[in-house]
Design a protein around this ligand. Structure first.
Ligand SMILES: NC(=O)C1=CN([C@@H]2O[C@H](COP(=O)(O)OP(=O)(O)OC[C@H]3O[C@@H](n4cnc5c(N)ncnc54)[C@H](O)[C@@H]3O)[C@@H](O)[C@H]2O)C=CC1
Ligand SMILES: C[N+](C)(C)CC(=O)CC(=O)[O-]
Length: 496
């Protein structure tokens, strides 16, 4: 049973808009209140970017998108919400007033989260009548892709609230990390501010410009941080002796010290202009929305790579994504309960993600195989071979594949797949899959494949159970009436 069915977002700027996308793409209806005259346009643009990113991020069946409602008042927006997320500008007086208004209008059991980057929850909840349900839910930009949310309770926040917030975060694919004690800027922004302050000094002192500084991060430790963070990275840097050796070797420089962390650079007009000019040069005319799309493509690529990490089990944010997808597949049940049998089965809809494109500027070979594999998985789920079935010790393994490439698929192109069953027996399924361009229906690639039913523990093929065979037989009988697909039985080098 889902904890959050309805959400309300108060404030729909950079962060509020992305919270809207995070909730809506997890199937949750969202009501929004933001007095900005262009709030609806801005949020719709963020939604478009988020949907584009999700289409590249996962092939798991997302739930139907939640409905967005733009409300004329805060009270209307929060009235029936299970989770209210406040994302108004970072001012204590404003946030306190808004949270007090939410407190008065929300349901008694609603969770009330604040996106504040650094204000203490105890101070934020000071004027609320029911502060036990209020907490900080500090996300990272873009909220719809970066899965971390720091959960911080104030003095009045109940333990049950934090526990429910963690469950709610999990429902929307996020990792809710509970911060043990409230402290200004929590954990992430403490670290980021330290780095930011030092970076401003380096630019101020003409040690480097903004582009050089960003290069230093993105070509080196930025890559390390995405997958292992700080402590585990430094443990490895200590060599075989690990963390203790690392501390012994690099501990003393902390006292020299190397940094200027205690001084605050004066952000006077000259420095603001200098950084602004260097940053404009770096952006090379790209708009913020363009930069957001590039950022999103890169983040998707990183998360997909991490999903394949740790020997395919997934690592860090990639493991979280894999676990979320497992739930999405499980919730989707046997997709297409009564499929249309008068045509090949339409099984997977997707878009070509940036991570799938090669140096020729089109979808690279192994992604075709991935898409054929995902289609096989969808077919198997349809005949009852789902996660529970596989965990119980049986599955189907692919033993033969013949792929033909007939057209190109470019970045962002929408695709769908269809499957025709060619022949089945107690053990085998021979089937023919096509990848189509979604706009024209044109066939871009085909695969003829053979799968065997196996006892995974014994590592050998065995007859499938009667229930699976009967579902397969129904599909095979219906598909026997269809015309044989063009290219069936072809082999490499065959004359056309
Ligand atoms: N921008 C960032 O990178 C991050 C920001 N945050 C936090 O999120 C919160 C919002 O920041 P941003 O989205 O960046 O700011 P923003 O300026 O982009 O958005 C604030 C929104 O609040 C709206 N607003 C102002 N008064 C309002 C009211 N009375 N009722 C409803 N809406 C109102 C504005 O019209 C605007 O759309 C802040 O607390 C910030 O610290 C958290 C994580 C990252
Ligand atoms: C700059 N910031 C303090 C608003 C940043 C954050 O709060 C988190 C982020 O996304 O970097």
């Amino acid at each position: 049973m889902s904890l959050v069915k309805k959400a309300a977002c108060i404030g729909g700027g950079v962060i509020g808009g992305a919270w809207v996308a995070r909730f809506a793409l997890a199937g949750i209806d969202v009501k929004i209140f933001d007095p900005h005259p262009e709030s609806e346009r801005i949020i719709n643009e963020v939604m478009a970017n988020a949907e584009r990113a999700y289409a590249m991020l996962t092939m798991a069946p997302l739930p139907p998108k939640g409905m967005l409602t733009f409300c004329g008042s805060l009270a209307e927006a929060v009235a029936d919400a299970d989770w209210v997320q406040e994302s108004v500008p970072e001012r204590l007086d404003l946030k306190r007033r808004i949270l007090t208004e939410i407190d008065a209008a929300a349901r008694a059991d609603a969770l009330i989260g604040s996106s504040t980057s650094g204000l203490l929850p105890t101070e934020l909840q000071a004027q609320m009548k029911h502060p036990g349900r209020m907490f900080v839910a500090h996300p990272y930009n873009p909220v719809y892709l970066l899965p971390l949310v720091e959960l911080v309770g104030g003095k009045a926040t109940s333990a049950a609230t934090i526990e429910r917030a963690q469950r709610g975060a999990e429902q929307i694919g996020m990792k809710g990390v509970v911060i043990a004690k409230e402290i200004e800027a929590f954990v992430g922004d403490r670290l980021l501010e330290a780095l930011w302050r030092e970076a401003l000094w380096l630019v101020h002192d003409n040690i480097c410009d903004t582009e050089t500084l960003d290069d230093v991060i993105r070509y080196s430790f930025g890559l390390r941080w995405a997958q292992m963070g700080l402590f585990e990275t430094y443990r490895i840097a200590g060599g075989e002796a690990g963390m203790r050796h690392f501390l012994a070797q690099f501990g003393p420089c902390l006292k020299w010290p190397w940094t200027k962390l205690t001084d605050v650079v004066d952000l006077d007009d000259a420095l603001v202009e200098k950084i602004g000019t260097q940053s404009d040069r770096q952006a090379a005319g790209r708009s913020i929305r363009e930069l957001e799309r590039i950022r999103d493509e890169n983040l998707v690529g990183i998360m997909q790579a991490l999903k394949g990490g740790n020997g395919g089990k997934g690592w860090g944010a990639g493991k979280l994504l894999a676990d979320f997808e497992t739930k999405l597949w499980a919730n989707a049940g046997g997709a297409q309960r009564s499929p249309d049998l008068s045509a090949p089965l339409r099984l997977v809809n997707t878009k070509v993600s940036a991570a799938w494109v090669d140096y020729n500027g089109h979808m690279t070979e192994h992604r075709y195989l991935q898409l054929f594999g995902d289609t096989s998985d969808a077919l198997l789920r349809m005949i009852g071979v789902d996660f529970t079935y596989v965990e119980a010790g049986h599955s189907y393994y692919t033993v033969e594949t013949h792929i033909r490439h007939l057209g190109e698929a470019k970045l962002g192109q929408e695709l769908f797949t269809t499957v025709q069953i060619i022949a089945v027996d107690d053990i085998r399924i021979r089937y023919f899959t096509k990848i189509h361009d979604a706009a024209s229906g044109k066939v871009l690639a085909t695969a003829e494949q053979l799968m065997l039913h196996v006892d995974s523990n014994a590592g050998k093929s065995v007859a499938a159970p009667a229930a699976v065979r009967s579902k397969l037989a129904g599909l095979a009988d219906a598909h026997a009436k269809l015309e044989q697909p063009d290219g069936l039985g072809r082999h490499v080098g065959q004359k056309r």
